[in-house]
Design a protein around this ligand. Structure first.
Ligand code: SF4
Length: 334
C-alpha cells in the first residue's frame, strides 16, 4: 500500500524559480512512490487576498498550467482546486469546534502574515484580535486539507511547520474526543538550492525580483542581464568573488558542468560579467525548454486543463467524502 501525500500552494500568481526548485521539483520526484494530492488552495488565498478576489480565478489557471508544465502528472496524482471539494469546508467547520483559540493566536506564521499585511504592529498575542476570523483559522483549514485525505506526509517549507504542528494537535484531539481515525502527518522538508532574486535578495513576488517559470527566453535574457553581481567587481579587470554573486548561484544550478571553470575564470578576471550572464541565461533557457514546450501545448488546448482539474477534483472528492462519512459517524451527532 502506497503512503499518502498532500501539499498545496496558494494561487497568488505565476510561479517563479524559487517555487520550482524549492517545491515543485520535490513534488515531481515524490509522485511515483506515493499516492499524491496536489492542491491549489484558493480558499486560503482569500484569507489574505479577499479584496482582490477576482484575481484568484486567473491565478488558479496560471498555477495549474505551471504545475502541469513543470511535470506534475495528472495520471499519477490528483491535481485539483480546493474549492472544488466542498468537503474541506465541512471538515474545517467541525475542526473549528475543537480547536482552542490560543493554538491559533500563538501561530508565528500567521502572525508574520498579519504583520506583512500591516494588520498588526507589535509582537504581542493580544494584537491578534485585530485580524479576521478566516485568517486566524488558516491553520484549521489547512488541517482539514491534510487530514481529509489522511495524508501521512506533507512536503512543505520550514515556514509551514507551525501549521503542521496544529494539524497534528487537531488530529490528536479529534482521535481522543471521538474516535482514532486520523494519522499524525509528518513534514518532508526538502534539501534544495538557494534561489536568489535578480537583486540578490530572496526571490519573492513582494520584492518584484522574480524570474517566472513562464518567462519567455527574451525576458529571461533581459532579467539576467540586469542582475546584481559581485559588488566588489567594478571593472572588467577586477578579480571577482563568485561566492558573493547571485549569477554564480544560478550557474551552479543551471550550468553545473561549466561552473567550476567559470568560478576560476571569474576569480582571475578571465571572464567578464556580461559574458558570464549571457552563458547563464542560455543555460537557464535551455533547462526551462521542456516546461515551455508543455505550456504551449496546454495553451493550445484550454479545455484539457479544465478536464484535468475536474478529474483531479473527482478523485479527491471520492476520498474526501468517504472520510467525511467516517467523521460524522465518529462525532455521532447525526
Ligand atoms: Fe558574477 Fe559571473 Fe561576474 Fe563572476 S563573472 S562576478 S560569477 S557575473
Amino acid at each position: 500500500m502506497k503512503k499518502t501525500i498532500l501539499s498545496g500552494m496558494r494561487p497568488t500568481g505565476k510561479l517563479h524559480l524559487g517555487n520550482l526548485e524549492g517545491a515543485l521539483r520535490q513534488w515531481i520526484a515524490l509522485q511515483d512512490e506515493y499516492n499524491c494530492f496536489w492542491m491549489i488552495a484558493d480558499w486560503h488565498a482569500l484569507t489574505t487576498g479577499y479584496e482582490n478576489a477576482r484575481e484568484i480565478k486567473d491565478n488558479v489557471i496560471q498555477v495549474a498550467v505551471d504545475f502541469l508544465s513543470a511535470g506534475l502528472d495528472p495520471e499519477k496524482s490528483a491535481i485539483f482546486r480546493q474549492s472544488a471539494v466542498k468537503e474541506h469546508a465541512e471538515l474545517h467547520l467541525l475542526f473549528s469546534m475543537i480547536t482552542p483559540t490560543p493554538w491559533l493566536i500563538r501561530n508565528p506564521t500567521i502572525k508574520e502574515q498579519a504583520r506583512e499585511m500591516g494588520l498588526i504592529g507589535g509582537e504581542g498575542e493580544e494584537e491578534m484580535v485585530k485580524i479576521n476570523y478566516g485568517l486566524l483559522g488558516y491553520p484549521v483549514l489547512q488541517a482539514a486539507d491534510i487530514l481529509i485525505y489522511k495524508a501521512d506526509f506533507v512536503p512543505v517549507g520550514k515556514d509551514q511547520l507551525s501549521h503542521l504542528e496544529i494539524t497534528r494537535e487537531i488530529a490528536r484531539r479529534f482521535n481522543y474526543l471521538y474516535k482514532p481515525i486520523f494519522p499524525e502527518p509528518q513534514p518532508i522538508i526538502g534539501e534544495y538550492p538557494l534561489i536568489l532574486g535578480i537583486d540578490g535578495r530572496k526571490m519573492s513576488k513582494s520584492y518584484d525580483n522574480c524570474i517566472f517559470i513562464s518567462d519567455s527566453p527574451d525576458v529571461i535574457r533581459r532579467k539576467i542581464a540586469n542582475m546584481f553581481t559581485d559588488p566588489q567587481r567594478i571593472y572588467r579587470s577586477d578579480p571577482g568573488h563568485p561566492e558573493e554573486c547571485p549569477v554564480f548561484l544560478y550557474q551552479q544550478i543551471y550550468n553545473q558542468s561549466a561552473s567550476a571553470q567559470i568560478k576560476e575564470d571569474c576569480k582571475n578576471a578571465k571572464i567578464g560579467c556580461v559574458d558570464c550572464k549571457r552563458i547563464c541565461a542560455e543555460a537557464l533557457i535551455e533547462r526551462l525548454a521542456p516546461i515551455r514546450a508543455k505550456r504551449e501545448e496546454l495553451e493550445r488546448t484550454p479545455s484539457l486543463l479544465t478536464e484535468i482539474l475536474q478529474e483531479g477534483a473527482r478523485k479527491a472528492r471520492e476520498v474526501a467524502s468517504r472520510t467525511m462519512e467516517e467523521v460524522r459517524e465518529a462525532i455521532g451527532a447525526w
